[in-house]
Design a protein around this ligand. Structure first.
Ligand SMILES: NCc1[nH]cc(CCC(=O)O)c1CC(=O)O
Length: 309
């Protein structure tokens, strides 16, 4: 019998939206019914800042449910996954990636450069804070946290207290709120987080039938791009604790597909940055990422922790 596959998900609006989208595309591609199973994570139960909890708390409850066979598979925002692989689990698919860029939601339809000096701009990630400082726009950068809806409400809600927020475009799009984005930020200004906009579909490594079934959702170019970005991040983590950004693009070259990987390490105060790039073939995605990380370290990435930490 075709019993429904159990897809474990967090209860946040974004997690539910992306899990439902994956469930629908799996059913469309394979005919298998999928049911969503809500998993409450330690991160959902706590009000402590994410910086203190670490994003890992959102992931580990789902992984424990997988290992305990309470669910069959899980959908993660790939950028929230630790770089170390989890024993016994397998990333069976990386579906077609959403636009990986960051987005601005500002009052009155303003773009980043149109914001008047002194405007209050909110964002949570140290990577975004560092790059906003690096732009030298005389903005008042305010650290914020919370889900996508509450962050947008800080600009557009009845009790708005900020002129703008920066967040991942993919999350806003998945929640159906793309119309509220006032500018999608060029990676030259704001290089995204490694794997931003991509999902990771994970199941038990020994569940061979499911590994094969889920492969129907895999999108090879998206997987190659994410592999390059994450290999860069993993190599840098050993030697550097400053904010890291990466963006891989695939393009047709004269001898087949080419991957173009850009990486940056920025000091937290934005005063100094190392930005470099590398190209190669998609088959060498991981090697390109590792090599770019080595280049960044050679160029001084490990010396970029500023005095703000
Ligand atoms: N940091 C939390 C997080 N993890 C994944 C997304 C959504 C975008 C994505 O899937 O990369 C977000 C929100 C954000 O950064 O604005």
């Amino acid at each position: 019998m075709n019993a429904p596959l159990r897809l474990g998900t967090r209860g946040s609006a974004l997690a539910l939206a992306q899990s439902q989208q994956v469930a629908d595309s799996l059913t469309a591609a394979t005919g298998r019914p999928v049911e969503l199973v809500r998993i409450v994570t330690a991160g959902d139960r706590s009000n402590a800042p994410v910086a203190q909890l670490g994003v890992g708390v959102f992931v580990s409850a789902l992984r424990e449910a997988l290992i305990a066979n309470e669910i069959d598979f899980a959908v993660h925002s790939y950028k929230d996954l630790p770089t170390l692989p989890h024993p016994g689990l397998h990333i069976a698919a990386v579906p077609l990636r959403e636009d990986p860029r960051d987005a601005l939601v500002a009052r009155d339809g303003l773009t980043l450069t149109e914001l008047p000096a002194g405007s209050a701009i909110g964002t949570g990630a140290v990577r975004r804070i560092a790059q906003l400082h690096a732009l030298g726009l005389q903005l008042q950068v305010t650290p914020i946290r919370g889900n996508v809806d509450s962050r947008i409400a800080r600009v557009l809600g009845p009790e708005a207290d900020l002129d703008a927020v920066v967040l991942a475009r993919a999350g806003v799009v998945r929640l159906g709120r793309a119309a509220e984005i006032t500018e999608t930020l060029d990676p030259m200004l704001m290089l995204p987080a490694p794997a931003q906009g991509a999902l990771a579909i994970e199941c038990r490594a020994d569940d061979a039938d499911l590994v094969e079934l889920l492969a129907a959702l895999d999108h090879a170019p998206s997987r190659a791009a994410v592999t390059a970005e994450r290999a860069m991040l993993a190599t840098l983590e050993a030697g550097c604790s400053a904010p890291v950004a990466a963006h891989a693009e695939l393009a047709e070259g004269e001898e087949g597909d080419e991957i173009y990987l850009r990486g940056a390490v920025i000091s937290p105060d934005g005063a100094r940055a190392v930005r470099l790039s590398r190209t190669g073939t998609p088959a060498d995605a991981a090697e390109i990422g590792k090599a770019l990380a080595a280049d960044l370290l050679d160029a001084g990435a490990d010396t970029l922790m500023g005095s703000t930490e």
